[in-house]
Ligand binder design. Structure first.
Ligand SMILES: Nc1ncnc2c1ncn2[C@@H]1O[C@H](COP(=O)(O)OP(=O)(O)O)[C@@H](O)[C@H]1O
Ligand SMILES: [Mg+2]
Length: 261
């Protein structure tokens, strides 16, 4: 199952990607986290993993990546990166970190002034997700860049579920509604995780969303904030994530939601 974690900047996408990865791994799932955010620098630290090689760099920068994406599109799979069928066992080793049963792949980062836009990084994520065939006990969590651009780049095309993280502000709620609209037009089911919620805002937020699609409500937690500030691995146990794990573990993509793209 492939899950896109999306939402407004700062809502907690990376935090929840890591916390969910841990919770799912603890429940016996094999988890691959794909860092598809071209700006995030520290996802490996939140996981407590070493920094793996970055796919776009390992493919030879923009020039090399362009060629490899073209080869892959032409079904020429003679290198280390894109196989015709990718599995948890044949991912490019030099770009893989692993900790506590969680694998991490980092797609690409913007480093230099004027180097070009992030579309190529979206292209790598798209090529990877379209080739990746995970087994029933394997879950792919994609930590997207902030906002809606991944939809524009069709990175979600091969995802089974979009999880939109929503924190308590109006823009975040509006973006969640838009994410749902766009994803479902493409045939991908959306659900929501409320984050940083105190009792008084939970109901206000739920009123602004489709309640039945809220799979967890995570309180504001000073330990999450503190560990993040210090660049420490996120080890906080969040019981409220159990409902999200249960939903994900039992989720089957409805046949009626087959891809329309
Ligand atoms: N439930 C929470 N309680 C307290 N702080 C949180 C919570 N979730 C996220 N944060 C903090 O919010 C900030 C942004 O989180 P982050 O996961 O980096 O957001 P995003 O990836 O969406 O940009 C970080 O400082 C993080 O520690
Ligand atoms: Mg992030």
């Amino acid at each position: 199952m492939k899950i896109m974690m999306c939402g407004k900047g700062g809502c907690g996408k990376s935090t929840l990607t890591v916390l969910l990865a841990r919770a799912l791994a603890e429940s016996g799932k094999k988890v691959l986290v794909v860092d598809a955010d071209e700006s995030n620098l520290c996802l490996h630290r939140l996981l407590g993993a070493h920094q793996p090689g970055i796919m776009m760099d390992a493919m030879g920068g923009r020039q090399g990546t362009r060629e490899k994406l073209k080869q892959a599109a032409d079904h020429r799979h003679d290198d280390d990166f894109f196989k015709e069928v990718m599995t948890f066992d044949n991912l490019p080793a030099q770009c893989l970190a692993e900790v506590d049963g969680i694998k991490l792949l980092v797609v690409g980062k913007i480093r230099e002034f004027g180097e070009g836009c992030a579309c190529m990084i979206g292209g790598i994520s798209r090529a990877l997700l379209s080739r990746l065939r995970e087994k029933n006990d394997e879950i792919v969590l994609v930590d997207a860049e902030a906002g809606l651009e991944h939809f524009g780049r069709q990175v979600d095309r091969n995802c089974d579920l979009v999880v939109c993280v929503v924190d308590p502000n109006y823009e975040s709620l509006q973006m969640a509604g838009r994410a749902r609209q766009i994803a479902e037009a493409a045939g991908v089911r959306t659900c929501f995780i409320l984050n940083k919620v105190d009792d008084d805002v939970r109901e206000v937020m739920a009123d602004g969303l489709d309640r039945e699609r809220i799979i967890a409500a995570i309180p504001r937690n000073s330990e999450i904030f503190r560990q993040n500030l210090k660049g420490l691995p996120l080890t906080v146990s969040i019981p409220q994530l159990e409902s999200a794990c249960a939903f994900i573990s039992s989720y089957r993509r409805p046949l009626s939601l087959s891809m329309k793209l």
